[in-house]
Design a protein around this ligand. Structure first.
Ligand SMILES: [Zn+2]
Length: 244
């Protein structure tokens, strides 16, 4: 399990264009689309699992969720276009504390439209901040975007957005991932998976309740560079609960 998760992080960090490390192509439509991911490779069998992400967050169970402790001081190193998303790799040293464990921020990336839904509502874009602890356990912090005022942190990133699949650039101006978070870090929580192959389960999902804004132009620019929606459809919640 541990090995699989570490492999998955490696995959998430990989820069190979539209292909996984073992060369198995997957996408968001047609024969290699989300409905068939599990069939593409034995490595992707988890994509048919019972604890998959994204989900429609609803039927909330009240819980005393402890406040998240963001200690994002590492900054961002590089930005890449892997054909599936635009990803920013974090420098070491940014952490979030949850369950008494420190998880280090590895990378953050974007989906348009949003992957998760909140009470059935879709958002035009969603950021995923991917963290891992020393044992390879993963926490994804999700932030929803609404169309409105331009987003300053996004503006810095989008100025350097690689337009071509497979392209990776060092960031010339620093981007603090903290600037992508809303002031209030109240959140929903559930157990899920990576939303891309190999769909590894056992991921702690944190969805920040408050959305942040991005301009319609910023959202469109991302969608244009991706050439297609990059959201996996919502998955069955099965026996899981969403805590709030
Ligand atoms: Zn994602």
């Amino acid at each position: 399990m541990k090995k699989t998760i570490l492999f998955a992080i490696g995959m998430a960090l990989a820069t190979s264009p539209a292909f996984s490390a073992e060369g198995i192509h997957w996408g968001y439509s047609g024969k290699t689309g989300p409905a068939d991911w599990a069939k593409l490779s034995p490595e992707y069998s988890s994509c048919d699992g019972k604890n998959q992400s994204p989900i429609n967050l609803d039927g909330f169970i009240p819980a005393k969720l402890v406040p998240l402790v963001f200690d994002y001081k590492g900054g961002s190193a590089e930005i890449l276009n892997n054909g599936h998303t635009i990803q920013i790799n974090a420098r070491p040293g940014s952490t979030v504390g949850i369950d008494g464990i420190e998880f280090e921020l590895k990378q953050y990336h974007f989906h348009a439209p949003s992957e998760n839904l909140i009470k059935g509502k879709s958002f035009p874009m969603e950021a995923h901040l991917v963290h891992a602890d020393q044992n390879g356990n993963i926490v994804v912090v999700a932030v929803m975007f609404t169309a409105g005022e331009a987003n300053k942190a996004l503006e810095k990133a989008w100025n350097q957005m690689p337009k071509t699949e497979g392209e990776k650039l060092a960031l010339s101006s620093d981007i603090s991932p903290l600037d992508l978070l809303p002031p209030n870090h109240a959140y929903y929580r559930f157990n899920g998976s990576l939303t891309t192959p190999p769909c590894t389960e056992g991921v702690r999902w944190v969805v920040i309740k408050d959305a942040v804004s991005a301009s319609a132009a910023q959202i469109e620019e991302f969608a244009r560079v991706m050439h297609h929606p990059n959201n996996r459809p919502v998955q069955s919640i099965n026996a899981r609960s969403v805590l709030e």
